[in-house]
Write a protein that binds this ligand. Structure first.
Ligand SMILES: Cc1ncc(COP(=O)(O)O)c(C=O)c1O
Length: 472
């Protein structure tokens, strides 16, 4: 009998190690060069073995990082059925949205509910140095009002960053805000009036539902699909049928799905918005946190008319507490600036200066690479723990970026009951119904994988899995 090729024998050995748990999900495999040296095989054989395991879905290549063991394959949650999401526009009617505030304030729980990278993943020491330096350098300026639009040096940095992903942005059209959330609220206030209809994704981030509720707007929902993102064809149908003033969308890593909408769908969405006079407001908060290392284009990169408003912030990349975000206002920039000025005058000066200081002295890209890698690792490890410890029939989305994990529990489960049971054990998660206007997703929960993978995190995931089984 012909002997198996060398690469297959090597693949078999590694396959066995993965199956026996010697190599665990999220763990990095030896580099190709090291494998070649250790096993005394050629680089080509090592590459072939890894490619074989990659085809089998056991390992994955991460650009500029290496090969990693993937989590056991878990089915993805099902997409929202289009007919369920296609009802007439409705006012925000999910009373649970008010209750989110209670859990966000809890500091006494394992925070699997908070979409924030753990502090060690953020450049905390460098940023506190930047705050001190900014204050020392010019205390009078740091403690005075900034100009309402925001510091020119910061706006220039933001424009440069967008240029790298194909979006031509003029620093003068940027308005600095207190986080992306303020940018989105100002954008809505600028383009819509109470009673107007806005299009949101389903599932969507609960903060967007709250912003829409605060302004008395009505909602129509377009499905976002695990793995493939916003259903652009469905969005076009809805825009055809209803007079929709604005569409608030997360093409780059929807929270809670972590899905990425492809460039063709982004173009189709923009074309449909343009055809119906709908303003696309893009929540690009997670755009820089692609696990592939390739920053996907924002909608703005495809928009030559300045008809979109792209919102972002440093919250998930540097610090959520500094509260520095932005809106790329395009043709709405003067109206946005007025809205900003009339509501909070200007964003706090010192945090803006601190970020300028940080960006001037530190390697932002290096920090981001580290963060992306850690989040990608965490996502795999968390998914593996869910596969091992949660009831069978549980489905988990595989995020392509960001830090949200969307979990669909088996038939008969209740996300709210699991949320309450977990909270009673000192573990924060969020019930799925917060991510829809009408309280859909009763069987879902959302976790954040921003927390470092350690014994406490693993124990918390095991406990929630046990609670989920018991509640069934
Ligand atoms: C999708 C999404 N948009 C906006 C925000 C708010 O971001 P910021 O802290 O910049 O206001 C969050 C926070 O978790 C989010 O997940």
């Amino acid at each position: 009998m012909a002997q198996e090729p060398l690469y297959e024998r090597l693949a078999q050995r590694l396959r066995g190690q993965i199956q026996r748990g010697v190599l665990r999900a999220g763990e990095r495999l030896p580099s190709l060069r090291r494998l070649g040296r250790d096993q005394r095989i050629s680089l080509a054989t090592a590459i072939e073995a890894y490619l074989q395991l990659e085809r089998e879905g056991l390992i994955e290549a991460r650009p500029r990082s290496g090969y990693y063991v993937r989590a056991a394959s878990l089915p993805a949650p099902r997409a929202a059925a289009a007919h369920r999401a296609a009802r007439a526009p409705q006012p925000i009617r999910n009373p649970a949205l008010l209750g989110v505030l209670d859990v966000l304030g809890r500091t006494d729980v394992v925070p699997l509910h908070a979409a924030t990278p753990a502090l060690p993943l953020l450049p905390t020491a460098a940023l506190s140095g930047a705050v001190s330096r900014a204050l020392r350098r010019d205390p009078a300026a740091a403690l005075n009002y900034a100009i309402p639009q925001g510091l020119p040096a910061l706006r220039q940095r933001i424009a440069q960053r967008y240029a790298q992903c194909g979006a031509d942005v003029d620093p003068d059209e940027i308005v600095i805000t207190a986080g992306a959330m303020e940018a989105i609220s100002l954008a809505l206030r600028t383009v819509a009036r109470a009673g107007d209809v806005v299009m949101l994704e389903t599932p969507t981030y609960y903060g967007l539902l709250q912003a829409v509720a605060a302004q008395g707007l009505r909602v129509i929902e377009v499905p976002n699909r695990p793995g493939s993102g916003i259903d652009a064809a469905r969005a076009a149908e809805l825009l055809e049928r209803h007079a929709v003033r604005a569409a608030v969308l997360m093409p780059n890593f929807n929270n809670p799905l972590g899905s990425l909408t492809g460039d063709d769908d982004k173009r189709a969405l923009l074309a449909a918005c343009a055809a119906h006079g709908t303003v696309a407001i893009e929540d690009d908060l997670y755009g820089e946190l692609a696990y592939s290392g390739i920053r996907p284009a924002p909608l703005r990169a495809f928009d030559r008319d300045g008809a979109t408003i792209t919102c972002g912030s440093y919250s998930k990349m540097l610090s959520p507490g500094l509260r520095v975000g932005w809106a790329l206002g395009g043709r709405w920039s003067s109206a946005l600036l007025r809205a900003k000025c009339f509501s909070t005058v200007a964003t706090a000066t010192l945090p803006q200066q601190a970020i300028v200081e940080y960006l001037a002295r530190h390697d932002f890209d290096r920090g981001l690479r580290r963060l992306r890698r850690a989040l990608a690792d965490n996502a795999q490890r968390y998914r593996q723990a869910i596969a091992e410890h949660w009831p069978s029939g549980t489905r988990v989305a595989e995020p392509a970026g960001g830090m949200a994990l969307w979990v669909e529990l088996p038939d008969g489960a209740d996300g709210q009951a699991l949320f309450e049971a977990a909270l009673a054990k000192g573990i924060g998660i969020l019930p799925g119904h917060l991510f829809s206007n009408r309280g859909d997703y009763r069987r879902h929960v959302r976790l954040s994988c921003g927390l470092a993978w350690d014994a406490r995190t693993e124990a918390a995931l095991r406990t929630v899995g046990r609670l989920a089984s018991r509640l069934l």
